[in-house]
Each structure stands twice: as C-alpha cells, then as structure tokens.
Design a protein around this ligand. Structure first.
Ligand SMILES: Cc1cc2nc3c(=O)[nH]c(=O)nc-3n(C[C@H](O)[C@H](O)[C@H](O)COP(=O)(O)OP(=O)(O)OC[C@H]3O[C@@H](n4cnc5c(N)ncnc54)[C@H](O)[C@@H]3O)c2cc1C
Length: 341
C-alpha cells in the first residue's frame, strides 16, 4: 500500500475543496471497496478524504414531488429496511439484501455502492496488464478466465462487468444521481451514470474530476411497481458472491395484462443493462412465458459469449422469464430463502 495523507471533511464544500486541491485524492466512505483496492495496489491515492462526518448526507426523506431522496452516506442496511423504501420501492430493498453480507451492508454507503469498481480478477491483480487499471496495457480476460465477464456492451478494450446489485434496481426504477462539483450541482439519470467501456474503460461513470455524489432520488411514479416486482440473483455461491446474472423486474398489472414494465440486468455488462424496447414489448400483452421470452430476446439482442461465459446468455434468458413470472404473480424472490420458486 502506498503512503497517503488523511483529511476529514466536515461539509460538502470542504470535501470539494480538498478534491480540487489534490488530483490524486480519493473520497472514502464505508471503505469496503476502496481499502481492499489500496491493499492490492490497484488504487494509490495520495490523500484520502473521509466524508463520513458530513452532516445532512445520512438521511432518507420525501421530496416535494413525492419521490424519495437517499443521502450518499446512508448505509445499504438502512436503505433496505427503511419503511419508505420497503413499502414504496421493495425492489430496491430486495436488490440490496441480495448483495454482500449484513456486516458489509452496515458499512457500505449509497455513494460508495454506486462507485464501487469491477470485480474482474485481472483488474485486481496489479502484476498483470489491465486496460481499466492501466490504459493501453491489454486485457488478459479476453482469452483468460472470463466466467464473470460481460456478454453485452463490451469493447475490444474491456469485458469487465459492473458488480452492484443496488444499481440494477435503481436503473429499473429510473432513479437519478445528485452530484456536487466545482461547477455547482447537477443531476444525472441513472441510465447515464455508469458507462460502457468503449475506448476508455478506465472510466466507470460520467462523474467528472472534482465531483462527488450527494444523493440518489427515486421518482414518485416508480411506486406503481411496488406490488409486482422481483430481484432474482444467480451466482456461484448463495451468499457472499457477486451476480453471474441478476434481473430486476417490475410490472404494473391491468388484470391479466401488463400495463407497464421496467426491466434491468446485472452481471452482464459494464453498467446495469436496460433497454426500453424490451419493456415496450411487454406492455399490453398477457403476462405469460411467451411474452416474457420475447422481452428476454430483445433485452439480450447482440449478446456475445466467450470461452467461459457463453452459458450466461441462456442463463440470463431463463432468469428474465423467471423474474418476470415472479413479478407478475406478486411472489417476489425471497432473499433469505434463496430457493427459486
Ligand atoms: C466480500 C465482499 C462482497 C461483496 N458483495 C457484494 C454484492 O454481492 N453485491 C454488491 O452490490 N456489492 C457487493 N460488495 C460491494 C459493496 O457493496 C461495496 O464495497 C460498497 O457498496 C462500497 O461502499 P463504501 O461506502 O464502502 O465505498 P468505499 O469503499 O468507501 O468507496 C468506493 C468508491 O466509491 C467512491 N465514493 C464513495 N463515496 C462517494 C461519493 N459520495 N461520491 C463519489 N464517490 C464516492 C470512493 O472514492 C471509492 O472509489 C461486496 C464487497 C465485499 C468486500
């Protein structure tokens, strides 16, 4: 681990000033990802800016438009069990509870979860080349062990996946990310927050230098999906493991037909994977396996497998159909009893 200095920010302005003063500085919140990366020499910040003592970023409350604002420092546990979230946006609670462990969720924050980095084995091994860690050095995952890698939206530079469960639900629910920076404040739609690797895989998000996340907003309209939702996560081990494939499915039912739909995938791309066309083919159709398979075909269009991950295409197809069936029936996947009904 490199030597670094430490600064405790007491306000957003203080954190932004400290970021502006040192281009090598990094924010630290729960530290559950950043500290691991520092121990592996993947991240070598010259300064850590501790944001955990900033007041006002650790609350969840209603917005004037009936949506919900989650402060960047709210822990994953608090989000999952907060009554405004578990009643209005149970898909988000379920996705969070599918991730990590209770201890990690207690420490992990909303802002840290959004900005956690890929779990690509080659990214974590500083002895090997990696275009994400060191642009232009190469990507051993292409011909190497690529079981947990991307089947959608990958580039010739990078086939890493985004690891978060929380972000898959946020993408499906149409959340937005509130950001503060040297130019003031701005809001980024969740769909635009994470990016595909293209020719610059070192950049995970559209956050620019000197900016920080202050909160995540859930739109009031997404409450209409509370009754019919499911977060289905498939992984090699039933706990303490990242998704091979996960599906966030939300439906609004009009009797036996689908009135509206939201669908996103995790574990398959450099960002949560959502295509509105896959949602449009569901609307007005009967909630049956044929309809769900059509949506899966659209969502997975262009999927490309490699030696160790081609199986994920069929796995994702089946998981989409199953998650949509669970959502339609109003029987969401339980995250404590992990048997898939
Ligand atoms: C063993 C293990 C298993 C896990 N399993 C899962 C899983 O199954 N599913 C899942 O989704 N996650 C999983 N995680 C990841 C975990 O959810 C993340 O480590 C956690 O959410 C990161 O939050 P943090 O507050 O600890 O972030 P930190 O480690 O403090 O920071 C992470 C990154 O975010 C940046 N950052 C932090 N706050 C902000 C902010 N406000 N604005 C801008 N940038 C910011 C930091 O600079 C850093 O780059 C696992 C982690 C571990 C260690």
């Amino acid at each position: 681990m490199n030597r670094f200095s430490y600064f405790r920010a007491e306000s957003v302005e203080g954190a932004l000033a400290a970021l502006a003063a040192d281009p090598g500085a990094k924010l630290i919140a729960g530290g559950t990802n950043l500290l691991d990366l520092m121990k592996y020499d993947v991240e070598q910040p010259s300064r850590l800016i501790d944001i955990t003592q900033i007041e006002g970023l650790d609350t969840i409350g209603e917005t004037t438009t009936g949506g919900i604002m989650i402060g960047a420092l709210v822990s994953n546990t608090t989000i999952a069990y907060h009554p405004l979230i578990s009643a209005g946006f149970p898909l988000l609670s379920s996705a969070i509870l599918a991730g990590a462990t209770p201890q990690l969720r207690n420490a992990a924050t909303a802002g840290g979860n959004l900005n956690q980095r890929t779990r690509c084995y080659y990214f974590y091994d500083a002895a090997l080349p990696c275009n994400k860690r060191e642009p232009g050095s190469g990507c051993p995952a292409m011909e190497g062990v690529n079981r947990n890698h991307a089947i959608l939206g990958a580039s010739e530079q990078c086939i890493a996946t985004h690891p978060s469960d929380m972000c898959v639900a946020l993408a499906a629910l149409g959340a937005s990310v509130h950001v503060a920076g040297p130019e003031g404040q701005r809001t980024i739609a969740m769909a635009d927050y994470h990016r595909l690797p293209n020719g610059s895989p070192e950049r995970d998000t559209t956050l620019v230098a000197g900016e920080m996340v202050t909160g995540i907003e859930l739109p009031a309209g997404a409450k209409r999906f509370a009754e019919h939702h499911s977060y289905l996560k498939l992984r090699d081990r039933l706990s303490y493991a990242f998704a091979l494939v996960s599906v966030a499915a939300s439906l609004q039912m009009d009797g036996r037909a689908i009135g509206d739909a939201r669908l996103a995938l995790g574990g398959v791309a450099h960002k949560p994977w959502r295509r509105t066309q896959a949602e449009e083919v569901l609307i007005g159709r009967p909630a049956d396996d044929e309809t769900f398979a059509t949506a899966a075909d659209v969502l997975l269009e262009g999927a490309h497998g490699r030696e160790h991950n081609a199986f994920k295409i069929e796995l994702a197809h089946r998981a989409i159909v199953r998650a949509l069936s669970q959502a339609a029936a109003g029987t969401p996947q339980s995250q404590s009893d992990k048997r898939i009904a």
